[in-house]
Design a protein around this ligand. Structure first.
Ligand code: AMP
Length: 528
């Protein structure tokens, strides 16, 4: 398929608002395409220029793209029109340009690729790279289309997707057939999508949500989640955003080597920074410094000591444990891990006992507790009713999609932020409020730099950015709002922290915000 024909398809998909119609168009073309073209076709449709599994991404920002758009490098001889795979292969080459002068070399490679394109093709390529395709397709829709066209069950495809963590990889596996798909093992040293929790406002509510009875109540540590892959002494640690952070955490690697006795496993836990002496948990922002550190790690280890609290085992010696009940998984974990590395927990059906455990956790400076159903499978990548989080204050994780320049003292900072929820049905991020409150001067500076890197549109006083940065937001109330397309607005929003460990797809969804809106209404009703 020629890249210019792909653009026509994108236009058709973008012109209908019906998801079914969009999926039908995708399915029709998949049937016509060579199978070798499926991967690039599918990835480009969801606005991914390269597979997610390529460490470090494409490494090309807004300004480089704009420069290449304005200054394409024309080839010496006229070339054939570019196919989809020509473009895909060139982008992969650009991603792998690393090391000395890489920015310059990436620019030259991109400008040369653009030099072989028409103006329209250049613009569409920029949209793909910036994640600005806006034709309303997300990974889930493509999994559906794959399932339809290949006659494979959506459940099998979804499972492979969550285990492999990469849409491109799923295309490869699905094309090999049902056997390969069903038996896809997690790839050790390549992270899988973690199980997520649903919030509750009290212990009683949490017990209610899991259907009552006996449950595990674990401390909810205020740290960063990690996934630890182990094979014969080799250890790799991935952050919640599935990036490899092994290099920054040699002390955690050491703790795992000494305290875990397994040949092959995937474990999960929370890494927390503690103050020397008092042993109290240190703020999340301090912990994040450790995760990002690539220089002077020894010094950082001294200043910010880390501990790990393990709470899951997902894979053990060739066997995937996601369908094994949580209580059995926990037994396997206990057998192989030193006690001091395990998350603190009790198992009880007594709500009073659970409440007093919760109170003690808060008194100690932890974030709250996780109430877990004992017979729950490990559900990849989904926020279900098996893990319920109870915290002292309800906050929302929202995505920054735009920002305005400040005034007066703040005039050199992007300091007023547009906050959005995620709509998994359309893949859109919908604004629900704005805030300039909550960050320190240092954080404003940092945010300004990050946001400029993510810029997709410049309106002078305001920029719009690729949805990438997640922030935890405290608020006073949720109101109906005709001003925003989401229909809701937060009153008195304030950022409580930058959640660099979370990906934008993990942010609060539109549906969740509507549920919270209703719930708050119920509470108000009771007070009156
Ligand atoms: P939240 O980030 O508020 O959605 O809460 C879920 C997160 O809590 C998980 O992703 C973990 O990073 C963290 N967490 C802390 N302690 C635990 C625990 N004992 N079990 C599961 N998750 C935990």
């Amino acid at each position: 398929m020629l890249f210019k024909d792909f653009i026509r398809i994108c236009m058709r998909i973008g012109s209908t608002s019906s998801i079914t119609e969009k999926k039908n168009i995708v399915a029709t073309y998949l049937k016509e395409l060579e199978r070798s073209e499926w991967k690039s076709f599918i990835l480009f449709l969801v606005g991914k220029p390269i597979p997610d599994s390529i460490e470090g991404g494409l490494g090309v920002g807004y300004s480089t793209i704009m420069k290449a758009l304005k200054n394409p490098i024309k080839p010496l001889f006229p070339s054939n029109p570019l196919t989809l795979n020509d473009v895909f292969n060139e982008l992969i080459k650009i991603a792998y340009i690393r090391g000395k002068d890489s920015s310059k070399r990436k620019f030259e490679a991109l400008a040369s690729l653009m030099g072989r394109m028409s103006r329209e093709e250049r613009i569409w390529l920029s949209k793909i790279i910036l994640g600005e395709l806006r034709i309303g397709l997300v990974d889930g829709h493509l999994l559906g289309a794959l399932s339809n066209v290949l006659g494979l069950s959506l459940e099998d495809i979804r499972r492979a997707y969550l285990l492999r963590g990469d849409l491109g990889d799923v295309v490869d596996v699905a094309l090999k057939g049902v056997e390969a798909l069903r038996n896809v093992p997690p790839r050790l040293f390549s992270p899988i999508r973690p199980m997520l929790a649903t919030p509750a406002s009290s212990i009683a509510e949490a017990y209610n949500m899991i259907g009552g009875g006996e449950a595990a109540v674990e401390v909810k540590y205020d740290g960063a989640r990690v996934q630890i892959h182990i094979k014969n002494g080799r250890v790799k640690i991935f952050s919640r955003r599935l990036t490899d952070v092994t290099y920054s955490l040699p002390d955690v690697v050491e703790i795992v080597r000494n305290g875990v006795s397994v040949d092959e496993a995937i474990l999960e836990g929370e890494v927390v920074a503690y103050e020397r002496g008092s042993g109290k948990p240190l703020p999340f922002q301090t912990l994040m410094k450790r995760f990002k550190r690539i220089y002077n790690i020894e010094e950082a280890m001294e200043l910010i000591p880390l501990k790990i609290h393990l709470f899951e085992i997902i894979y053990l010696n060739g066997k995937l444990l996601i369908d094994t009940p949580y209580s059995d998984r926990y037994d396997l974990l206990v057998e192989r891990v030193s006690e001091e590395l395990l998350a603190n927990r009790i198992v009880t059906s007594n709500i009073r006992e659970a409440e007093s455990f919760y109170k003690r956790a808060l008194d100690y400076g932890h974030e709250g507790v996780m109430v877990k159903r004992l017979n729950s499978p490990y559900i990849l990548g989904v926020r279900g009713k098996h893990w319920i989080k109870v915290k002292s204050k309800e906050t929302l994780d929202l995505v920054i999609v735009g920002a305005e320049w400040g005034h007066g003292r703040r005039s050199s900072w992007l300091s007023d932020y547009y906050l959005a929820v995620y709509d998994p049905n359309s893949g859109e991020y919908l604004v629900v409020g704005k805030t300039f409150k909550g960050l320190t001067d240092e954080e404003f500076q940092y945010m300004t730099k990050r946001l400029l890197e993510l810029k997709v549109k410049d309106e002078g006083f305001r920029i719009w950015v690729k949805p990438e940065i997640v922030v935890e937001v405290d608020f006073n109330e949720i109101q109906k709002s005709p001003k925003y397309k989401s229909g809701l607005a937060l009153r008195l929003a304030r950022i409580t922290r930058i959640r660099e460990d979370k990906s934008p797809e993990e942010a609060a969804t539109l549906e969740e915000l509507y549920q919270l809106y209703e719930r708050q209404f119920e509470k108000k009703g009771k007070v009156i």
